[in-house]
Design a protein around this ligand. Structure first.
Ligand code: NAI
Length: 753
């Protein structure tokens, strides 16, 4: 067989070669055309203006090429098929005309791919998301690799948008309505096994022999022997989807769920997705028009702007250069100022020792082993080591179930992980993470003991949630290699890690820890060493005010309900019950030195903790729990409005929301005043990822910008008279109220929004 490998091998593709920068087209004498995408200067393929242009030329040629029998679309990059459309380009599309054109162009292009007379195959090894999946859905077949990196999804809803290049039309057609709805509405990607099960892909092949397996599929297609795709659906779903009334019921149920989960309609995209799908069921043209219309509306919505803001913040946080220290006062650059790619390579972290295999240690160890680190968990005695082993084994099984891991992967993870009571692993450790009980004296002793046994290059970090890392660093002789890595519970699901530096932490140590956090798949936020860092520090005043209101006799639901309406995943008192009143009492105690008026709250939590009212785990906290489920508030207290609405400037909040939220906003500003982080977006990202703060509002400081700093200042002064000094606006807030400029203005990358 002859393969011509150039940018324009066939007659019909001739003339394109000089114009193609992102694609390579090759063709063999059987009429198999391979179209390979490799967008220059990108680690991952994305669809931008240039890709659309070039793909349009290629499709134009293929449509008139009667000799092409099979067209295979694939990626020329090892990183995967396609990450989707370029979010930066989308965010910049303010011109309605231009937006409508771009959407229509993509829709037409994918329609025309669907109409190519040759059989089209998308060969997917690695991520295939958003516009990438919409492209693949327009092909006749999808062949996917069994790599764990292969994931298919339409995540647009996470940016407050909907798929608008035919995704809401073709996905239901391909996998059925019942399977398509959650995929689009939750925006979660599926792995290769699930993609096959629901009929999203036709064949799963070995990632190790991907090219040759795809070639086999092509040969089967040429021979007319490629089998029909199977969908694994129950007979009831099959019947329901075949009948118009059944389809209506499925859509009605979806709408019902959306209203239940988001009664305030903070996330408008979900109902519009259902509408676009419904309209497309009777008329594809109308469905595509709905996609375009709804996308344009959503793109201008505050929800989408905030969610895109968070997306860019995440990208910035994952970039090591974001956290490089500012040049020192004499202007001389420090090692970490140099761009990561030109600086001397940082020593790799491979061997990890976790001291303490309790709740957090076990989770950190399991995640690190799953990400291919060698992990030793060091416990205090044999009984504790046994308990840690059991805990870790439970987590490994949970992980395997979630990841659809096979026995081979399980065995590999187990081989990467050891639990012991001796300290011999320390001499080979690149990184030691201390996760013992939250008692300063115990931690300081651990640091003293460990330092004697580790190598010169070993990093030593604490997972403390409320103590000062400096207190541990100062018992060591090399405080420059000591830092904090504050993971959140549950580690496998919480994306944030606070990376804490003391005055002495070496910038290169910080860079190594940032790399480590990234290789665990986490988003890091670097903070200074202050009690509670960012997340607990900002969260506590909010929780504390809710506790204070219960002391005053307010009903728990009276406090929690409005905060759920505000967009929090749960109310503050419910959250305290979840975290554990004992843990909260501990944090409150550590923070009482830095937070005004926190004493009464700390005492109340301590009392509850001593009475065994630990929250969900003990069956009683602010609520009573039956079989692990919330039953009712412990005390039904007063639920009347406590403040005259009229005296406040309009900030869009109810009195309860204002009272509970304002201390948090004030504290977020105080963190900027105290330079716990450098820029306001860092507070927002940490608080959204660490606490679930209503993402559509963009974070506490974004909310402050939106409400207006001067409005908030005036309201705070009124609240301070009624409820105490913690409502007195901090200097940064007073200054912001005078600037009349949004805080986010200070960050040019967000201005483009
Ligand atoms: P835990 O009480 O579940 O586990 C502590 C473990 O450390 C126990 O297994 C204990 O046997 C072991 N240990 C105690 N002294 C030791 C020593 N000298 N050498 C070796 N092992 C020793 O505690 P948890 O909840 O895992 O907390 C650990 C750390 O993580 C604390 O600093 C806590 O503040 C922090 N943290 C906890 C979170 C949570 O939600 N539980 C969240 C984030 C941080």
């Amino acid at each position: 067989m002859n393969v011509t490998k150039s940018n324009s091998a066939s007659d019909t593709l001739a003339g394109l070669d000089s114009q193609l920068h992102c694609f390579t087209v090759a063709r063999d004498d059987r009429g198999v055309v391979s179209v390979s995408l490799d967008v220059p200067n990108r680690s991952m393929n994305v669809i931008d203006e240039r890709v659309l242009d070039e793909l349009t030329w290629i499709v134009n040629s293929l449509q008139t090429d009667a000799t092409a029998k099979v067209v295979v679309f694939r990626s020329g990059k090892a990183s995967g098929f396609l990450a989707g459309a370029d979010v930066h380009e989308i965010a910049g599309l303010h011109d309605h005309e231009l937006l409508a054109q771009t959407l229509r162009r993509g829709q037409d292009l994918f329609d025309r791919i669907e109409q190519i007379s040759a059989v089209t195959v998308a060969a997917i090894d690695g991520p295939c998301m958003g516009g990438g999946l919409e492209w693949a859905l327009a092909c006749d077949h999808r062949v996917i690799s069994d790599s764990p990196a292969t994931r298919l999804g339409l995540p647009e809803i996470r940016l407050g948008l909907l798929p608008a290049w035919g995704g809401t039309q073709r996905l239901p057609q391909t996998v059925g309505l019942a399977a398509a709805l959650p995929l689009i509405l939750k925006g979660k990607a599926v792995d290769a096994t699930r993609a096959i099960r629901i009929g999203l892909a036709d064949r799963m092949v070995s990632a190790a022999h991907f090219s040759s397996k795809v070639a086999q599929v092509v040969a089967e297609v040429l021979d007319g022997k490629f089998p029909q795709r199977q969908r694994n659906r129950s007979w009831t779903t099959r019947i329901a989807e075949r009948l118009a009334i059944g389809r209506r019921m499925i859509l009605q149920q979806a709408r019902h769920e959306i209203h239940k989960q988001d009664p305030e309609q903070h996330y408008p995209a979900a109902l519009l997705v259902v509408d676009a799908i419904e309209r497309g069921l009777t008329d594809r043209v109308d469905g595509l028009a709905a996609e375009r219309q709804h996308f344009a509306t959503l793109l201008e919505s505050p929800t989408s702007r905030r969610l895109m803001g968070l997306f860019f913040q995440r990208e910035r946080a994952k970039n090591l250069k974001t956290w490089a220290p500012l040049p020192s006062s004499d202007g001389s650059p420090k090692a970490a100022d140099q761009p990561a790619d030109t600086a001397e390579p940082l020593p790799e972290i491979r061997n990890l020792v976790v001291i303490g295999g309790g709740v957090m240690g076990a989770e950190i160890a399991q995640l690190a082993a799953a990400k291919d680190f060698h992990v030793t968990v060091q416990e205090i005695d044999a009984a504790a080591a046994d308990a840690a082993r059991k805990r870790i084994e439970g987590l490994v099984k949970q992980w395997a179930k979630y990841q659809h891991a096979d026995e081979q992967m399980l065995t590999k993870i187990r081989q990467q992980l050891h639990v012991t009571c001796d300290d011999t692993a320390l001499s080979k450790a690149d990184l030691v993470i201390e996760a013992v009980v939250e008692r300063e004296s115990v931690k300081r002793q651990v640091f003293r003991d460990v330092e004697r046994l580790i190598g010169d290059d070993t990093l030593l970090v604490s997972n403390t949630s409320s103590l000062r890392v400096q207190r541990m660093a100062e018992v060591t002789s090399h405080p420059d290699r000591v830092a904090g890595l504050h993971f959140f519970n549950p580690v496998s699901r919480m994306e944030l890690v606070e990376v804490v530096h003391t005055h002495d932490t070496d910038p290169r140590v910080l860079q190594r820890l940032l790399q480590f956090a990234r290789s665990l798949g986490k988003t890091p936020v670097v903070t200074a060493d202050s009690p509670g860092f960012i997340v607990n520090r900002v969260l506590f005043p909010y929780l504390g005010e809710a506790v204070q209101m219960t002391i005053e006799g307010y009903d728990a639901e009276f406090i929690d309900r409005p905060m759920r309406s505000f967009g929090m995943p749960m109310g503050p008192l419910e959250l305290l019950d979840h975290v554990g009143i004992d843990i909260a009492a501990h944090v409150a105690d550590s923070l009482s030195g830095v937070l005004p008026d926190a004493q009464a709250v700390a005492e109340r939590l301590k009392e509850m903790s001593e009475a065994g009212e630990l929250g969900k785990k003990s069956g009683q906290g602010f609520y009573l729990y039956k079989d692990g489920k919330m039953d009712r508030p412990v005390v039904s207290g007063q639920s009347e409005c406590f403040a005259d609405k009229e005296v406040f400037c309009d900030d869009g909040l109810t009195p309860t929301q204002r009272r509970v939220l304002y201390p948090m906003i004030n504290e977020a500003m105080r963190c900027l005043d105290e330079k716990i982080v450098r820029e306001s977006w860092m507070v927002d990202l940490a608080v959204v990822l660490g606490t679930g703060f209503a993402p559509f509002r963009g974070g506490p400081l974004q909310w402050l910008d939106d409400a207006g700093a001067d409005v908030v200042r005036q309201n705070m002064e009124i609240l301070a008279e009624q409820f105490g000094s913690h409502f007195e606006p901090v200097p940064g807030l007073l200054a912001a109220a005078q600037w009349k400029e949004p805080l986010m203005r200070m960050h040019p990358s967000l201005e483009t929004l």
